[in-house]
Design a protein around this ligand. Structure first.
Ligand SMILES: Cc1ncc(COP(=O)(O)O)c(C=O)c1O
Length: 389
């Protein structure tokens, strides 16, 4: 690694901190019997029918470059999927295929961020949101969610107060990683009205849109925004269809961004892989039963993990309305990173400290419950030992 102060690379790159998730994961090098609950991904492989669609596409010679905004049939399928899910018309020319939600976030920030500008982001938030703002030399401004005792809430004033003349966008991830918070539709409407008034972009990371448990779908900014509003919705095949390793996602934007996105995507990827996009069409067409089965499993896991953690008098936890994380604080832990490292070393369980997500307070931890119940119970036994010791 370059010396952080060498001046050899761009200052924005040399200033970038090492990932705390990786920092904790390094403790586990060569360890046996570890239960890793730090990464946010389903514990099962992609279903066979989707893999088969990719294999078929390969054997049929689908090995050439794709158009920069994606294979037209997939864009069409996503326009239909989005229109049906939210009961709002979304045309094909509003869809751009990306190589993952991650690349969708980077593309969106590349359109908007430059040194001297800032993005307001509801926090705690997935660290890569800040990472991409940092790479581009912009400023990441947290707008902390408030813990209510039973869940999380974004007071819109917190966002409004953080905005200044250099603000380009407000970034909202709902359902949220790591909190499981779901932004209510009325708050989405009010935030959208504010962004309209101030000429700001709203970047909505909705990669967990299908992972909600107490309602049919998470409210989406697409339900309130007109087709020309300054709203970019970032989405991905990773979580609902268990396709994290495929790197396939999409953006819904105003159609007028199409040509610019085509150019910027060209300079990043020159189009996502063609055969994965073709398999994406099959995932959309035939994947609903798979999503329903996974949701059932996560729902049981969520209850089991929540019940055990909330029974511990030293733990504060919010009820995760969406995504697949338990996010909780342990009284007495004043250095979450050190605790997570000890948890790996001495108890062989991998969690992530809240400080990785720009948490406002120490002592918070994230556990991904997309796992088997017996594995989760063993991990919780070990965690309780670690808290008690
Ligand atoms: C909030 C959030 N957004 C985006 C992503 C990106 O997912 P992917 O790049 O696999 O599509 C993740 C992955 O963990 C996430 O948690």
């Amino acid at each position: 690694m370059a010396d952080p102060a060498s001046g050899e690379l761009r200052p924005a790159i040399e200033r970038m901190p090492v990932s705390r998730i990786r920092d904790v994961a390094n403790e586990a090098m060569g360890m046996e019997g570890l239960i890793p609950l730090w990464f946010g991904e389903p514990d099962v492989a992609t279903p066979d029918f989707i893999c088969q669609a990719a294999a078929d596409a390969l054997s049929q010679g689908e090995t050439f470059y794709s158009p920069n905004r994606g294979v037209p049939d997939l864009r069409h399928a996503l326009a239909r999927y989005t229109s049906e899910l939210y009961q709002v018309p979304v045309a094909d020319d509003r869809i751009t295929i990306t190589a993952s939600g991650m690349s969708g976030i980077m593309l969106s920030h590349q359109l908007l961020i430059e040194p001297g500008t800032n993005v307001i982001c509801a926090t705690p938030a997935w660290p890569n949101v800040q990472g991409t703002v940092d790479v581009l030399g912009g400023e990441f401004r947290p707008a902390p969610l408030k813990f209510t005792g039973s869940g999380w809430q974004l007071e819109l004033e917190t966002v409004f107060d953080a905005v200044d003349d250099n603000t380009r966008a407000v970034f909202i991830n709902s359902p949220g990683n790591p909190t499981g918070w779901v932004m209510p539709g009325d708050d989405q409407k009010a935030l959208l009205a504010f962004c309209r008034e101030r000429g700001l972009w709203l970047l909505a990371d909705e990669v967990y849109a299908r992972l909600v448990y107490d309602r049919s779908h998470a409210p989406s900014f697409l339900e309130h925004a007109g087709p020309e509003d300054r709203v970019i919705v970032i989405n991905s095949f990773s979580k609902p269809w268990a396709m994290t390793g495929w790197r396939l996602g999409w953006l819904v934007t105003p159609a007028r961004l199409g040509q610019r996105l085509e150019m910027v995507n060209e300079f990043n990827l020159a189009g996502a892989a063609t055969f994965t996009q073709i398999a994406g069409i099959t995932a959309l067409r035939d994947g609903e039963d798979f999503i329903a089965r996974q949701l059932e499993r996560y729902r049981s896991a969520r209850s089991a993990v929540y019940e055990r953690l909330s029974a511990n008098p030293r733990i504060r936890i919010g009820w995760p309305e969406g995504a697949f994380y338990a996010y909780f604080a342990v009284d007495g832990i004043d250095d979450g990173l050190a605790f997570c490292k000890r948890l790996v070393r001495e108890h062989r369980v991998g969690l992530v400290p809240g400080s990785a997500f720009n948490a406002a307070e120490e002592g918070w931890l994230r556990l991904c419950f997309a796992s088997q119940l017996d594995t989760l119970n063993t991990a919780l036994d070990r965690l309780e030992d670690a808290i008690a010791s």
